[in-house]
Design a protein around this ligand. Structure first.
Ligand code: ADP
Ligand code: TYD
Length: 212
């Protein structure tokens, strides 16, 4: 963890393909950290603040070709900027631990890799408008077929991306593992293809060690 960037609080993100267990594990980690006496904020992207939740509905619902990759990148970045200003930064300044389900690494993958080769634009826009990385990123790695089956079994309204299917998930899995190699200081790769409690115990141990 990069302590110089930590400020008062700690910013931890969960990344991974759809259905890998991010939101399940985020809830377990939040409960564990609260039991240890920490002040924890649980949030997600896209969304996490009222304005960003409105953008979430625009970007996740509707036909897969509703937006171009470039427009989508702008919408996700606008949502992130609002989330950062209104929720994440104030919570960190107040010394809290912020747990976020997806953050900029998802944009690097979904807009930067899967829908054209926009990674250069993703990084420029991030530097210009967001300019901060998490202190710690937990990548829940898992086999795409299992992830897709889990994601589809949930049947939420936010299914634009899940409709892209297994090929996208395969590319995403490889891309996330590449990102973990690109940012080894903050990334930790966790095998998500195990029982919920086993994964949760490993994450709790790892985060306790990082916070110590
Ligand atoms: P994500 O947030 O990464 O899309 P979720 O946490 O929503 O994933 O999990 C997707 C589905 O898989 C949910 O129905 C959840 O209950 C289930 N699930 C999560 N983790 C596991 C696990 N380790 N083993 C089996 N099922 C799981
Ligand atoms: P969500 O249902 O929250 O994800 P999950 O299925 O993992 O629980 O939907 C978020 C979708 O938005 C997911 O498919 C990834 C995509 N996404 C992007 O394309 N770019 C981004 O910057 C973010 C944060 C998410």
């Amino acid at each position: 963890m990069t302590k110089a960037r930590r400020g008062a609080g700690t910013f931890i993100t969960f990344e991974g393909i759809d259905g890998s267990g991010k939101s399940t594990q985020l809830k377990h980690l939040a409960a564990h950290l609260r039991a240890c006496g920490h002040d924890v904020v649980e949030t997600r992207e896209p969304g996490g603040s009222p304005g960003a939740e409105e953008i979430r509905a625009l970007v996740l619902q509707g036909e897969p070709d509703r937006w171009s990759a470039e427009t989508e990148l702008l919408l996700f970045t606008a949502a992130r900027r609002d989330h950062l200003e209104r929720l994440i930064e104030p919570a960190l300044r107040a010394g809290k631990i912020v747990l976020c389900d997806r953050f900029a690494d998802s944009t690097r993958m979904y807009q930067g890799l899967s829908r054209g080769d926009l990674r250069g634009k993703v990084d420029k826009l991030h530097a210009l408008m967001i300019g901060r990385e998490p202190d710690l990123t937990l990548l829940i790695d898992m086999d795409p077929a299992t992830g897709l089956a889990r994601a589809l079994s949930r049947r939420t309204a936010d299914e634009r991306f899940e409709a892209f299917g297994e090929d996208l998930q395969v590319a995403m899995r490889a891309g996330f593992l590449d990102l973990a190699r690109e940012f080894p200081k903050r990334f930790r790769v966790i095998d998500g293809a195990r029982a919920v409690d086993v994964v949760a115990a490993e994450i709790a141990q790892l985060v306790d060690a990082e916070l110590a």
